[in-house]
Design a binder for this molecule. Structure first.
Ligand code: BDR
Ligand code: CA
Length: 325
């Protein structure tokens, strides 16, 4: 018997891998996406909202069924710091120009709207998937504390528990962008899955897959392939491989197929003060602090299975063969 789909909100900052994550989420019948909330991160909030609207138009869910909402334009406790390098291209989607959005953002605020969605669902039914700085999520848990008990879990793309960071030697971008928010969320008591660089950098999408998506030629697959090609180009300059991590899509995959990853239970927190370690995810895997685990940290991934999962979901839902059928 198939289970009812999990009701989810995706909090994101598109961003190429956020865009691929949205495509994957809407291609996954295990998820019932209530809406898309946005926060400043890879690019400024206005651009993030515009990108989210364009991506949602492209992948086709009707506007009423999948509202896009504006969230915070920067961290609440510090100044906004955007990436030094335009990893995602000037406008955040790797130079891929999608048609201007046919819809406007929902007039509500991302945080209050999400609280309403969680309250409207049965307790333990709702999952948040966060693929951006955790400003909105922290504001939700702080401003609407009753939602903590009602959430099934929060799946976070962020941090690097056992591996080096990608923004500083110690910190990953999403946690470094708003460490106070990341710390608040990790210590909130809500069940947490953390998908960090430890696994996202082990599950690379090769150029051959980007080229296959472009060759498929359907609007969504072609756009995904072109965005991934941009990211692979950027990645190759630093890592000398013709492949890229699609961090945020792995977080969506973790919500749908947690069995694609290995999980280590640990008490986790985020360093907010260190001169060189601000934004670092600290995972107490050996129980040295005496705190009970508050998170499941992804510590291994079946990279080939993820690669196949992502490609087949994108092709089956959006590919030319499906459109022709
Ligand atoms: C994270 O940072 C962003 O650039 C990506 O979209 C992803 O969410 C990876 O460190
Ligand atoms: Ca992101």
């Amino acid at each position: 018997m198939s289970r009812a789909p999990s009701r989810v909100v995706i909090d994101c900052d598109p961003g190429i891998d956020d865009a691929i994550a949205l495509m994957l989420a809407y291609a996954s019948p295990e998820l019932d996406v209530a809406g898309v909330t946005t926060v400043a991160g890879n690019v400024g909030l206005d651009q993030v909202v515009d990108n989210a609207l364009r991506v949602c138009d492209l992948i086709g869910p009707p506007a009423a069924a999948t509202p896009v909402l504006r969230g915070y334009a920067g961290p609440l406790a510090r100044a906004l710091r955007q990436p030094d390098e335009p990893v995602h291209g000037a406008y955040g989607l790797g130079g891929v120009e999608l048609p201007a959005p046919s819809r406007a953002a929902h007039p509500g605020h991302a945080v209050d709207w999400t609280a309403g969605q969680i309250r409207a669902a049965a307790p333990g039914e709702f999952t948040l998937i966060a693929t951006a700085p955790l400003t909105n999520v922290a504001a939700l848990l702080h401003g609407h504390p009753d939602t903590r008990e009602r959430l099934k879990e929060i799946v976070v793309m962020g941090g690097a528990a056992f591996a080096p960071g990608n923004t500083t030697p110690a910190a990953e971008f999403n946690f470094h962008a708003d460490p106070e928010a990341a710390r608040y969320v990790t210590e909130s008591g809500v069940p947490l899955r953390i998908v960090g660089l430890d696994v996202t950098r082990e599950a690379l999408t090769p150029l051959a897959d980007a080229e296959a998506l472009i060759a498929d030629g359907a609007p969504v697959t072609a756009a995904a392939g072109r965005m991934l090609s941009h990211l692979i180009d950027r990645y190759a300059r630093r890592h000398t491989v013709r492949a890229c991590a699609v961090h945020d899509a792995l977080a969506v995959a973790a919500a749908v197929r947690p069995d694609l990853l290995e999980w280590t239970d640990a008490w986790v927190t985020v360093e907010c003060a260190g001169e060189f370690t601000r934004g670092a995810l600290v995972a107490d895997v050996h129980g040295r602090t005496g705190h009970a685990p508050n998170a499941r940290v992804a510590s291994g991934v079946d990279a080939e299975a993820f690669r196949g999962f992502l490609m087949s979901r994108l092709r089956d839902r959006y590919g030319a063969a499906r459109l022709a059928a």
